[in-house]
Design a binder for this molecule. Structure first.
Ligand SMILES: C[S@@+](CC[C@H](N)C(=O)[O-])C[C@H]1O[C@@H](n2cnc3c(N)ncnc32)[C@H](O)[C@@H]1O
Length: 182
């Protein structure tokens, strides 16, 4: 059982960490995140609504076709400020609560190197299931050396909602392309 106070203090720690490193994020992370996104970039739909879940400073922008309506969501307001895509809609909050979005809203969700940081990542899965359309795709990566790796894999492999279309192992992350069943 996770205590609410423990959950919010972990979230605050993560938020403070990413706000603190925001100005150096590009130098620290872009190169490795681009390598990861390259695995799946050709599978991204060319239109529809996309949730960039845990968008950081918006490294995904360069991979998304201009016909896609992008929603950029992150815990760190400082990283969101650095997202220079003028046409994306920006939201600050925790992925454990996506109640600002209605059910079945998005055609695809991209969530790269985020959920291993989230104390109660299972809530995030539930929210992804809720806001993704049937037949929609979740592009998901997480750090393979994370202590949560086995729990996340179990969640994916035991899911009655998602079908695994593709999976890749790269240097730091495991990457999955998951389709929400019809
Ligand atoms: C390693 S960065 C990856 C960012 C981006 N996906 C990329 O590929 O560059 C992890 C991101 O997850 C965000 N994050 C961590 N916990 C979160 C939460 N509970 N809700 C929303 N975003 C969160 C952080 O603020 C940070 O921007």
């Amino acid at each position: 059982m996770i205590k609410k106070s423990e959950q919010s203090s972990k979230t605050e720690q993560t938020q403070n960490y990413y706000n603190g490193i925001a100005s150096g994020y590009k130098n620290l992370y872009h190169e490795e995140q681009i390598l990861k996104l390259n695995y799946v970039k050709d599978l991204f739909p060319k239109s529809g609504l996309c949730l960039d879940a845990g968008c950081g400073d918006g490294v995904l922008n360069q991979f998304i076709n201009s016909n896609v309506k992008l929603y950029s969501f992150d815990l760190s307001v400082e990283l969101l400020k650095l997202n220079s895509n003028g046409s994306t809609r920006k939201f600050c909050g925790s992925l454990t609560d996506l109640s600002i979005f209605e059910n079945n809203k998005f055609d695809f969700i991209s969530c790269f190197s985020v959920i291993q940081d989230i104390f109660d990542f299972e809530l995030v899965f539930d929210e992804f299931v809720r806001v993704l359309k049937a037949g929609g795709t979740l592009f998901l990566s997480f750090v393979k050396f994370s202590s949560k790796k086995d729990l996340i894999l179990e969640k994916i492999n035991n899911s009655s909602v998602f079908e695994v279309l593709e999976s890749y192992e790269e240097n730091k992350d495991l990457i999955f392309v998951l389709k929400k069943k019809l």
